[in-house]
Design a protein around this ligand. Structure first.
Ligand SMILES: Nc1ncnc2c1ncn2[C@@H]1O[C@H](COP(=O)(O)OP(=O)(O)O)[C@@H](O)[C@H]1O
Ligand SMILES: [Mg+2]
Length: 277
């Protein structure tokens, strides 16, 4: 996509933090890295000492049984857990050479770089155009909004279906179209990473399959991190798969083919073959 108006910094203050300290610099090709990440809700631990590097411009799937911490982990990456009062995060999530939990990181700027799509499509009660333009207006985008709306809708494989009804409500679209609208809204500010939390589980199989195809295209330009409880989906669309098991433990993380064909851990094999979960 074309240029953004904001600079690339996540930092809103004047502080030039740790510019000589390269100990936290991620390896080349890593979009996001968790380092000894622990997350608690009150006394209950939801993520247990997770360390993992997520490659850029690939699809990484997070799988595991319900309650194992997949959504919690995903929300740590763009600090959506900040909204949950009892949630406490320890450890680092590195993005762009910074720990996103550093005091000088602006979560709003962070979320422009790391967009999110949820399970249930949640368009705003606004026109299709205004849904996509929403984030651009907030960030004071001074480029051509209509052009960016078109690019984003094309990027979300929705343009052809809605180009003659940009002023009608996003809520009038079908479920699958609404989810693609939410994807268009997420990519409009030109993020680097897109987080998706079970983005197809509320959709019919045809709509879900369109989103799967789209995810494959998105990974040419963005880093996609997707939570799914659908193992076939993870196997179909991801390059890397992380298997979380009860207690928020990352049990195995490897190339998707390796996880599904020849996992190292017996517990992962049992989970993949449906013995539990
Ligand atoms: N907002 C919350 N408040 C308290 N506990 C939560 C909250 N969200 C999640 N949890 C708990 O954290 C654990 C992990 O949940 P979650 O990340 O939603 O798992 P998953 O997405 O894998 O189903 C669960 O035990 C869940 O009950
Ligand atoms: Mg979840």
């Amino acid at each position: 996509m074309s240029n953004t108006t904001s600079d690339d910094s996540l930092i809103t203050t004047e502080v030039q933090a740790d510019s000589n300290d390269d100990s936290a610099a991620p390896a080349a090709g890593t979009a996001v890295a968790a380092r000894n990440l622990n997350v608690y809700y009150g006394d209950e631990q939801a993520i247990d000492d997770v360390t993992m590097e997520i490659p850029e411009e690939r699809v990484t799937a997070l799988i595991g049984p319900s309650g194992c911490g997949k959504s919690t982990f995903l929300r740590c990456i763009n600090r959506m857990n900040d909204m949950i009062e009892i949630c406490r995060v320890e450890g680092d999530v590195e993005f762009g050479g910074k720990n996103v939990y550093d005091a000088d990181v602006d979560p709003v700027a962070l979320r422009r770089k790391i967009g999110m799509v949820f399970q249930k499509p949640n368009p705003f009660p606004k026109s299709i155009r205004d849904n996509v333009a929403y984030g651009l207006k907030i960030q004071g985008f001074d480029g051509d909004i209509d052009e960016r709306v078109e690019e984003s809708l094309k990027g979300a494989a929705l343009w052809d279906e809605v180009k003659d009804q940009l002023d009608s409500s996003g809520l009038e679209l079908s479920g699958g179209q609404q989810q693609r609208l939410c994807i268009a809204r997420a990519i409009a500010p030109d993020p680097e990473v897109i987080l998706m939390d079970e983005p197809t589980s509320a959709l019919d199989p045809v709509a879900a399959s369109k989103i799967e195809d789209l995810i494959d295209d998105l990974a040419e330009e963005y880093t996609v991190i997707i939570v799914t409880h659908n193992m076939q989906q993870a196997a179909r669309i991801s390059d890397r798969t992380a298997v979380f098991l009860t207690g928020g433990e990352l049990v195995e993380y490897d190339d998707t083919a390796k996880i599904f064909e020849d996992p190292e851990a017996q517990r992962v094999e049992d989970y993949i073959t449906g013995k539990f979960g």
